[in-house]
Design a protein around this ligand. Structure first.
Ligand SMILES: [Zn+2]
Length: 388
């Protein structure tokens, strides 16, 4: 990804990429790497979109999949003209179908460079013989329902995908980005959100549920390591489920603390396992704490434990791990309140400061006191009718 950073910096230095400034004379932002996400900042116009596309395409050829293709799926769609500029497999040109490469009979064809004008017969119609060698039947039904490329129709046109008139509107980009990534409508997030654990554990559970923890299997898929296997047992690919539950050490710990009413979930797939356990709020028969609290805290501890072993060569016994986890769960249970319901209105009426009448001054005061040592502080601000 550093290579991508260099390419973007070069584009900025050569005045091709217009970075974003929070303040008029502030530092320009062009990109931000955050965990395994990449956020790009540029002027919102078609020229910048084309520059971003060309840079990411160049980078994609070198990175062998380190960058997902989903960014281009998100941004743009094509209006068919002569068909010479539209890549059959990587561009969005079939309405209601998304990326065509997802509908190939042979996925390896996705790397072939073919424009849609190559899909037209000598008579000027869609060439069914070619289509049938490339696409599934349902995709072909979509394709033959749209207008065929025609040399007389001029160049193909690239358009914003998410508004009816294909003009770029920031709100449409935001709403589609939020819909595709955050999925707030999923009931599971509401359950995680209500757990009495720190926010970092809620986010950890959410990422685990989405199967996006940076396990070795995920790192291998992204060409960040040569071995997908668990470094702890070397038996299996290190998936989320393997790391958090099925690896021998993890399972050994779980079997010591998991109460019998929830044992059946330990044969479920990852999402059902997480969902089932964080929804189980019964009190643990021995520790007298809500089971979902112990579960949430312990998955987080297990993940930290595994990382400490790999990266710091620092290990602790499973008994110490369990004791520490129960202590933490007790702490969370007594000290952390569930957050406010998500149904709170997003915009509340902000209180405003009314100026005093002309010739008067207003003194606003506030104070606080610590109940333990009973120390207090008070402060005030005097302003005239102009606010000075
Ligand atoms: Zn393992």
């Amino acid at each position: 990804m550093e290579r991508l950073g260099h390419i973007i910096h070069n584009a900025v230095d050569n005045d091709l990429w217009c970075p974003f400034r929070i303040f008029r004379n502030g530092s320009p932002f062009s990109h931000l790497f955050f965990a395994d996400h990449l956020i790009l900042y540029a002027k919102a116009d078609m020229n910048q979109a084309n520059i971003i596309e060309s840079i990411l395409t160049v980078f994609g050829k070198f990175s062998a999949g380190a960058l997902s293709n989903s960014w281009s799926d998100f941004l743009l769609a094509w209006s068919i003209g002569n068909g010479n500029s539209i890549n059959v497999f990587s561009d969005i040109w079939i309405p209601m179908l998304g990326p065509p490469r997802q509908h190939l009979l042979d996925p390896s064809m996705a790397s072939v460079n073919l424009s849609i004008s190559d899909l037209v017969s000598a008579e000027g119609n869609w060439d069914l013989t070619v289509l049938q060698t490339l696409f599934t039947d349902s995709a072909i039904e979509h394709i033959i329902g749209i207008k065929c490329p025609d040399p007389l129709d001029g160049n193909d046109r690239c358009m914003w995908r998410w508004t009816p008139n294909h003009n770029f509107v920031l709100k449409s980009a935001y709403m589609n980005l939020v819909d595709s990534i955050w999925l707030p409508k999923q009931a599971i997030w509401k359950v995680i959100w209500r757990l009495n654990v720190p926010q970092r554990i809620r986010l950890f559970l959410w990422i685990a549920y989405q199967q996006k923890l940076m396990t070795n299997a995920v790192r291998h898929r992204r060409n960040l390591t040569v071995i997908p296997h668990c470094l702890n047992c070397s038996n299996q690919p290190e998936t989320v489920l393997h790391a958090l539950r099925d690896c021998a050490d993890s399972r050994h710990c779980w079997m010591q603390i998991t109460p019998s009413p929830i044992l059946h979930s330990f044969s479920m797939n990852a999402r059902n396992w997480i969902s089932c356990n964080i929804s189980a709020s019964f009190l643990h028969p021995f520790f007298k704490l809500p089971w979902n609290l112990i579960f949430a805290s312990f998955t987080w501890q297990l993940w930290k434990w595994r990382n400490d072993v790999v990266f710091s060569n620092d290990s602790q016994s499973d008994a110490a791990l369990i004791n520490r986890n129960i202590a933490l769960a007790k702490h969370f249970n007594g000290s952390i309140s569930p957050p406010a319901p998500l149904s709170l209105p997003l915009h509340t009426n902000a209180s405003t400061w009314p100026p005093p009448s002309s010739g008067w001054h207003c003194l606003n005061v506030d104070g606080g006191i610590a109940l333990g040592p009973r120390n207090g502080r008070i402060g005030g601000l005097v302003r005239n009718d102009k606010g000075d």
